[in-house]
Ligand binder design. Structure first.
Ligand code: ZN
Length: 136
């Protein structure tokens, strides 16, 4: 257990348990993680991460998928490095959803914020598809 660190479960508010992932036998290595068994919620032990239940895991996966498409497109278009494209995209996203940049990471968000992020990312993608349709 990391010293001076604890995570509370965002659903039941109880302190989460810390585990080395090898004990969880999910079949691949998440690294150390926090878990709340009663809620079925967990997260990788990384600074700022919050535990995610099944619903939030689905939302995070979807948001990450669209977000990755976005910065990868910017990388190609502008010839930016992966790091630059990614951090520019995060900064842009934080302005779109009016969150502090340091809070604007999918792994820190819960359902309400993730839904706002998805709304922004989906409308950007729809606009891009529309542009391509007119350009083609
Ligand atoms: Zn819980």
């Amino acid at each position: 257990m990391p010293k001076n660190d604890r995570r509370d479960c965002p659903y039941c508010k109880r302190p989460a348990e810390w585990y080395a992932s090898s004990e969880l036998r999910y079949g691949f290595d998440f690294g150390p993680m926090w878990i709340c068994r009663p809620c079925g919620a967990y997260t990788a032990d990384k600074p700022g991460n919050t535990l995610a239940n099944a619903e939030v895991r689905v939302l995070r996966r979807e948001a990450h998928k669209l977000f990755d498409e976005l910065w990868q497109a910017a990388m190609k278009l502008r010839g930016w490095s992966q790091g630059r494209a990614r951090s520019a995209a995060y900064l842009w996203l934080s302005r779109q959803v009016e969150m502090r940049p340091e809070a604007c990471h999918m792994s820190r968000m819960q359902a309400a914020d993730l839904r706002r992020v998805l709304e922004v990312l989906r409308s950007v993608r729809a606009a891009a598809v529309e542009r391509r349709r007119h350009a083609g």
